[in-house]
Design a protein around this ligand. Structure first.
Ligand SMILES: CC(C)(COP(=O)(O)OP(=O)(O)OC[C@H]1O[C@@H](n2cnc3c(N)ncnc32)[C@H](O)[C@@H]1OP(=O)(O)O)[C@@H](O)C(=O)NCCC(=O)NCCS
Length: 159
């Protein structure tokens, strides 16, 4: 996929994100997130005026970023949209963030592969973390001066 436009959620894309979240089986309440001063939402679009095809919701906690939610529209998957969003997240190091943390369902092989691809490592398994009893895997990504380029480089090396 060509380079996407990554930007803080523009007003016209709020409904796109709500739809993407529904399609992905995630339950992000964008309106609620945006009211929280520690939350940030970024979207990926082909260009201004086109629909958002992926989004990420973050919480900023001191010098850490927590990924609350990330999803790509089903028909745009495996084309690098989520990776480009995560590269953008990695670039927030320039604003003083030192690491990115998240929890992911242990059965979510696509998301776990994505996170490993950009540089996340597993910290620990939290048994029965989700309400249905599934385990969560906690992962972290230490941001270094070359975090963004190493995520991109990993992608380039494989293509
Ligand atoms: C996980 C998800 C966000 C990935 O989005 P995506 O835009 O398709 O991911 P990308 O195309 O950027 O993938 C980058 C890399 O991640 C890995 N990856 C992504 N999806 C994968 C899959 N289904 N199987 C294996 N590896 C996968 C691959 O290494 C891929 O690179 P490659 O395509 O060159 O092999 C998407 O599948 C999704 O929206 N899932 C539903 C929501 C969800 O589970 N979110 C995570 C909540 S923690």
């Amino acid at each position: 996929m060509a380079e996407l436009l990554i930007e803080a959620l523009p007003a016209e894309a709020v409904d796109d994100v709500a739809q993407l979240s529904d399609l992905s089986g995630l339950q992000v309440n964008v309106g609620q997130e945006l009211q929280q001063s520690h939350a940030a939402v970024f979207v990926a679009r082909e260009s201004k005026g086109t629909a958002a095809l992926a989004y990420v919701v973050l919480w900023k906690v001191a010098d850490e970023l927590q990924i609350v939610d990330i999803a790509t529209a089903p028909r745009h998957r495996r084309r690098g949209a989520a990776r480009q969003l995560l590269e953008h997240v990695g670039s927030l190091r320039r604003h003083g963030f030192s690491c990115v943390l998240l929890e992911v369902r242990s059965s979510n092989t696509a998301a776990r592969a994505l996170y490993e691809r950009v540089g996340f490592v597993e910290l620990r398994v939290r048994r029965g973390y989700y309400s249905d009893g599934e385990d969560a895997v906690e992962m972290s990504w230490q941001l270094t001066p070359d975090s963004q380029t190493s995520a991109t480089g990993a992608a380039k090396r494989r293509t």
